[in-house]
Design a protein around this ligand. Structure first.
Ligand SMILES: NC(=O)c1ccc[n+]([C@@H]2O[C@H](COP(=O)([O-])OP(=O)(O)OC[C@H]3O[C@@H](n4cnc5c(N)ncnc54)[C@H](O)[C@@H]3O)[C@@H](O)[C@H]2O)c1
Length: 340
C-alpha cells in the first residue's frame, strides 16, 4: 500500500483525493492545508475548470496545517503537492529531502532554476519526482500520440491545439490572477499543450508568440497564440483564460496527416473523430477515465515497482517550463525566439 500525504486540499487536491479513494494500491494517510477549513473532518468542496468537486470526508486522515509538521510526524511513501505553483519547488524539495517520492502538480515551477533545484533534490535523495502533466495521460491525446507514432495518420502536415477557459476566479486567495505567483495562463493553462507538443513532436527550432493581457497585470500572459517552427510541418497552439463566464471550458486539437484528420473538441459530439481520406469518419477506441486518474495510477505503480516514471521525466517537464518562458519572451519582444 502506497502511503500518501497530500498537501494543498484545494480544487486539484480534492480531485486527487477522490481518485486515491477509489484506488486499492494507495491510501491518503495524511492531508495538509494552511487553511484549517480545508482540512476539517468534513471539508467544503472547491470549484475548478474540469470535474465535479464534492464534500470531502477527511475523518480517516491525520490532518495538518503545516507541511513541515506533516513531514516530521508521518511515514510517507509519497507526497502529492497540489499547492499554488509558487510553492511547488520549495515543497517538493522539502518532501524529497524528508525521503519521500513526490508527485507535483504542473507547471513544475515558475523558473527553470527552480526546476533544476527540484531535479537535483530528487537525485541527491534518490527519490522519484513526477510532474502531473495530465494531458500526456488524457485518453483522447493518447490516441493522437499513438496514431502519429505508429504512422496511422501518415506524415503530419499541420497540428493545431486549443485550450480556452473563462477567467478562473476559484483559486484560494485569487493566486491564479497574480502572474508572479502563477505565471498567468501561459504557465498555468497553455503549458498543457506545450508539454504535449514537446512530448509528441520534440523541440521546435523556435517559437513566435503573440499574447495579450485582459485580466492579469505584467507580462502578456492571458491569451496566447504561438507558432512552433518545425522544419517539416506547421504547428500552432492557442490558449487563454479570458473567455466570457458563459463560455464552456474548451480543449481540443485538429491534426492533419497524409492519411486523414484527427479532430478532438470538448464542444463536439462525438468529441473525437477520425476523418480518413480513404473511408468513412469514425470514433476510435480509447481508454476509459481521465488524465488525472491515469497519471496518478501510473505514478503509484512506479512507486510500487520502484521504477522511475519514464512517461513524464522531470527533465521533460522542465523543458515544458523552458519553452513556455521562451514564448513569454517572444510575446514581449515580438520576434521569434530560438529554443536551442
Ligand atoms: N492538471 C490540471 O489540469 C490542473 C487544474 C487545476 C490546477 N492545477 C494545478 O494544481 C495546483 C493547485 O491549483 P488549485 O486550482 O487546486 O488551487 P487552489 O487555490 O484551489 O488550491 C490550493 C490549496 O493550497 C493551499 N495552500 C496554499 N498555501 C499553502 C501552504 N503554505 N501550505 C499548505 N497549503 C497551502 C490553499 O489553502 C488551497 O487550499 C496549481 O499548481 C495548478 O496549476 C492543475
Amino acid at each position: 500500500m502506497v502511503r500518501i500525504g497530500l498537501v494543498g486540499v484545494g480544487f486539484m487536491g480534492q480531485q486527487h483525493f477522490g481518485i486515491y479513494e477509489g484506488m486499492e494500491q494507495a491510501e491518503v494517510v495524511a492531508v495538509c492545508d494552511k487553511d484549517p477549513a480545508r482540512v476539517a473532518e468534513k471539508a467544503a468542496s472547491v470549484g475548478g475548470n474540469i470535474g465535479e468537486a464534492t464534500e470531502l470526508d477527511l475523518s480517516k486522515q491525520r490532518r495538518y496545517t503545516s507541511l513541515e509538521e506533516m513531514l516530521a510526524q508521518e511515514e510517507l511513501d509519497c507526497v502529492d503537492v497540489c499547492t499554488p505553483t509558487f510553492l511547488h519547488a520549495e515543497m517538493s524539495i522539502a518532501a524529497l529531502e524528508a525521503g519521500c517520492n513526490v508527485i507535483c502538480e504542473k507547471p513544475m515551477a515558475l523558473t527553470v532554476e527552480d526546476c533544476d533545484r527540484m531535479i537535483a533534490a530528487a537525485g541527491a535523495n534518490s527519490r522519484m519526482l513526477f510532474i502531473a502533466q495530465c494531458i500526456r495521460f488524457w485518453p483522447e491525446y493518447e490516441v493522437l500520440a499513438k496514431m502519429v507514432n505508429n504512422g496511422e495518420l501518415g506524415q503530419v502536415i499541420s497540428a493545431r491545439f486549443v485550450r480556452q477557459s473563462p477567467t478562473p476566479t476559484w483559486a484560494s486567495e485569487n493566486w491564479l490572477m497574480d502572474a508572479e505567483l502563477s505565471g498567468g495562463a501561459m504557465l498555468d493553462l497553455h503549458i498543457h499543450d506545450v508539454d504535449f507538443i514537446l512530448s509528441l513532436f520534440g523541440k521546435p527550432k523556435a517559437v513566435v508568440t503573440r499574447a495579450g493581457n485582459l485580466v492579469t497585470e505584467g507580462e502578456p500572459v492571458d491569451q496566447i497564440f504561438t507558432a512552433y517552427l518545425y522544419d517539416d510541418f506547421a504547428c500552432a497552439a492557442e490558449g487563454g483564460w479570458v473567455m466570457p463566464d458563459s463560455f464552456p471550458f474548451e480543449m481540443g486539437y485538429q491534426v492533419l496527416g497524409e492519411k486523414g484528420m484527427l479532430d478532438f473538441s470538448l464542444a463536439k459530439e462525438p468529441m473525437l473523430t477520425i476523418y480518413p481520406f480513404d473511408g468513412e469518419p469514425y470514433t476510435p477506441e480509447f481508454e476509459p477515465g481521465t488524465g488525472y486518474e491515469r497519471e496518478l495510477a501510473y505514478f503509484v505503480e512506479c512507486i510500487e515497482s520502484n521504477s522511475a516514471p519514464a512517461r513524464v521525466t522531470p527533465a521533460s517537464a522542465r523543458e515544458s517550463v523552458r519553452l513556455v518562458l521562451a514564448e513569454v519572451e517572444s510575446a514581449a519582444s515580438g520576434g521569434a525566439v530560438e529554443v536551442g
